[in-house]
Structure formats: C-alpha cells, structure tokens
Write a protein that binds this ligand. Sequence first.
Ligand SMILES: [Zn+2]
Ligand SMILES: [Zn+2]
Ligand SMILES: [Zn+2]
Length: 84
Amino acid sequence: MTLFLRTHGPDECSGPFCVIHNPSDHPLNDAPLHWRADKGVMERICPHGIGHDDPDDIAHRARVGRESSGVHGCDGCCWKEENE
Ligand SMILES: [Zn+2]
Ligand SMILES: [Zn+2]
Ligand SMILES: [Zn+2]
C-alpha cells in the first residue's frame, strides 16, 4: 500500500484538500484508495467493490491541468449521503 504515497509529498499538495493528505468531507472519504495507473486517477472503492474517481483527485487534476471527465462506473456511493 505504498504506491499511492509516491504520487506526491505533503509539501506538494496542489490545494486545500488532498486525496491523500487532507480528504474533503465527501461520502467515500474513508473508503479504501485504489490507484488506477491505466487512467492515472485515484479511486475510492465503495463497499460494493465499485471504483469511484475521488472528488479531491478530480479537483487536483483540474488544478494541475490534467483534467479528465471523472466519468466512472458509478453505483451512486460517491454522491449519496447514505447508502443502503
Ligand atoms: Zn497531498
Ligand atoms: Zn457502492
Ligand atoms: Zn461514483
């Protein structure tokens, strides 16, 4: 579980929130992280095994000019407050 830690150091955070160092208050901010090397994005794995683009990583990518759609196979866990 050291792969994602090599993305950048705490002094290289691009903004107030960071997927690794300071997650914002979003529904999956305590879900396990998964680095998608093929997409170059950080995902959160919801309790159903679905990978969701982390909103803090989407914001980070926008700040560093590496914007991507953020489109992912979503079951709603990254935006629902509660999930049954
Ligand atoms: Zn950071
Ligand atoms: Zn889910
Ligand atoms: Zn999602």
